[in-house]
Write a protein that binds this ligand. Structure first.
Ligand code: MRU
Length: 351
């Protein structure tokens, strides 16, 4: 399995996803600015992966900061965290990762600057390792919803490339396959950046999964023909009332799934759940450059000067979601608040 993000020889190594599937090449980020630019330009993308990359970027910035004391280091790293937070506003994972890294500085006030710098590297590496474990757990819970012979529709890329490894939405598929179930996947191409066509198909084919690519606009017809048994997607931010922000087009798929009586699951590590936001309308939605829509690989396909609205994400209301699959189990969307605010009595609310 190729790694989307790794700490190698004191640098942050990223797989350049903008070149996939044609070319497998890596970028060794020499400083945090390179990491932030790679996140902004989607060389690395996917909510958990950009959380991990920004944590490693912050650790890298710490190594390169000449400071006299811990307070000065903290001030500098808070500035760096603000840069990462400005790169992509919808995925809550960057916020989560920055808070976790800055807590290391806060808790390590009695350490020497050098020891603290080392602690930050260890924390960033731990975030990566834990993410892989979390995805594996999501896979085990999620596989119970996949029957032998099922076809799963997924959107965008919530696979190993979008995470530390294993993926969130893809983990139940991989575990089901390991369990000996015959499972097929339908991947939507996911305009305009084509994460489904370029990335999901590529990584699932490498994993030996039977995957069929469809255009985004054929999803309704494919469901109506009875070709989809369940949908599993990822999330960039899930909030207290169970609303889910994910790649643009997710809402359309969820409504179509309801219309066709197909269960719709969201694979959500707890790091993608934002307990500070009540409802989906309050989630910031990233708008990206018009060129993503008006051009394909540099070739213009729309008239010069046309107005474009390029929302990268949408919000699926909780009522369309069958269950949210986390590393702690699967839950009804309405139970997310109970989990976070009314004390985590997981076994009571687990499906
Ligand atoms: O714009 P992207 O490619 O970062 O969008 C990715 C998605 O929407 C994923 O579904 C989401 O981040 C979950 S990844 C496990």
């Amino acid at each position: 399995m190729v790694k989307a993000v790794e700490w190698v020889n004191g640098k942050v190594r990223l797989l350049d996803q903008s070149k996939l599937p044609h070319e497998v090449s890596f970028i060794d980020c020499e400083d945090f600015v390179m990491v932030a630019d790679a996140i902004r330009s989607l060389k690395i993308r996917g909510a958990p992966a950009i959380g991990i990359a920004s944590a490693m970027g912050l650790a890298l910035a710490a190594q390169q900061t000449e400071v006299k004391g811990v307070d000065e280091l903290k001030g500098r790293l808070e500035e760096v965290a603000r840069v990462f937070l400005s790169t992509r506003p919808t995925a809550v994972n960057i916020q989560w990762a920055m808070q976790r890294m800055l807590r290391v500085v806060e808790d390590g006030k009695d350490l020497s600057v050098d020891d603290l710098k080392q602690r930050l590297i260890e924390e960033a590496k731990a975030i990566l390792e834990e993410d892989i474990e979390v995805n594996r757990a999501i896979g085990i819970w999620g596989a119970s919803f996949i029957r032998d012979g099922d076809t799963v529709l997924t959107h965008c890329n919530a696979g190993s490339l979008a995470t530390g490894g294993y993926g969130t939405a893809t983990a139940p598929i991989l575990v089901a396959k390991e369990q000996g179930k015959n499972v097929r996947v339908i991947a939507t191409e996911t305009r305009p950046v084509l994460q489904g066509a370029r990335l999901t198909t590529w990584e699932l084919m490498q994993a030996g999964v039977d995957v069929t690519l469809i255009t985004d606009n054929s999803a309704g017809a494919v469901m109506r023909r009875g070709l989809v048994d369940l949908c599993i997607v990822g999330t960039d931010r899930t909030v207290l009332n169970g609303d889910v922000a994910n790649k643009i087009g997710t809402y359309t798929l969820a409504v179509l799934a309801r219309e066709n009586g197909i269960p719709f699951y969201v694979a959500a590590p707890l790091s993608s759940i934002d307990p500070t936001i009540e409802s989906g309308e309050l989630i910031p939605i990233e708008e990206r450059p018009a060129e993503e829509v008006t051009t394909i690989r540099g070739v213009r396909i729309a008239p010069e000067g046309v107005k474009v609205l390029n929302m990268a994400f949408d919000v699926t209301p909780a009522r369309y979601i069958t269950a949210i699959i986390t590393e702690k189990g699967a839950f009804r969307p309405r139970d997310i608040r109970k989990l976070f605010l009314e004390g985590l009595n997981i076994s009571e609310v687990r499906l």
